[in-house]
Design a protein around this ligand. Sequence first.
Ligand SMILES: [Zn+2]
Length: 311
Amino acid sequence: MTSLRLATLGVALPLWLSACAYSGHSVRVAELGVPRSSRAMEAVLDLPGTVTVETVVSADWYVPLSGLLNLDHPKAKAAGLHDRDEPMHIYFHALRHPSRGLFVVDTGVPRAFRDDPPASGVGWLVRRELHLEKMVFHVPFGDWLARQPDKLAGVFLTHLHIDHIAGMPDVPKGTAIYAGPGETDYRAMVHLLLAGSVDGLLQGHAAIGAWQFRADADGELAGVLDVFGDGMVWALHVPGHTPGSTAYVVRTPAGPVLLVGDTCHTRWGWDNSVEPGDYTRDQAQNAASLAKLRALAARHPTLKVRLGHQE
Ligand SMILES: [Zn+2]
């Protein structure tokens, strides 16, 4: 999500405002998620599973490439990449588990972005920075959910940036929500502008269940959880883009699928192992997490990789 340039706003902000958390939304300990090692996950990863994944393009959008990709990286310089408006998708992914029901990873965009932007909960200043006029709407989350015969059992978030939680106004109140640890309380100056909109999108929703990651005994990943305890859906801690960034691995009948989230937004970034740009909080940590996911994919050639914002 956008790292707003305060300077362009023409507002002189005193330094004390830097102590602003990302969201005041309440957080609880997730009741789901059994800590496992990466070796335990990888022992079953390639076995056919029972959960299906439907990836939905909720909207198309254009954002500066400098946000999505570290253009100062030597590989980006060698490739002659310069800042430009880069096309991207805003996705959500539907997971259908035979006994646990329907879950989604991230939420796409809400109907209100298309129909009545002020009603979305996102403030006018943030809406202006988001350039909603560059957004082409395909399947707002509420339109999709209205067609589903099953009740939504829960939302698994890769992180709390606005382009991933924007669909929350279309999620029924009381639905269980999960995200990585530390997503609401990390502090930055820009959060002064964003926090009201983040809280607006989450308003009335249940407390966020924070994944309880433990250090991976094998050291391949920062933390691995078996979400339902049956080896079908896995949450992987990939800190860097945000403190609690989480990727998900789903075992489908056609093989495993990796939902990367914004540890890598772009196809070029994945192919060249170059981390995101301005939108990432800690580029070095993000780069390390990206390297771990690429190594996982290299060890498991059957793994289908779905990136944060491009095919
Ligand atoms: Zn994103």
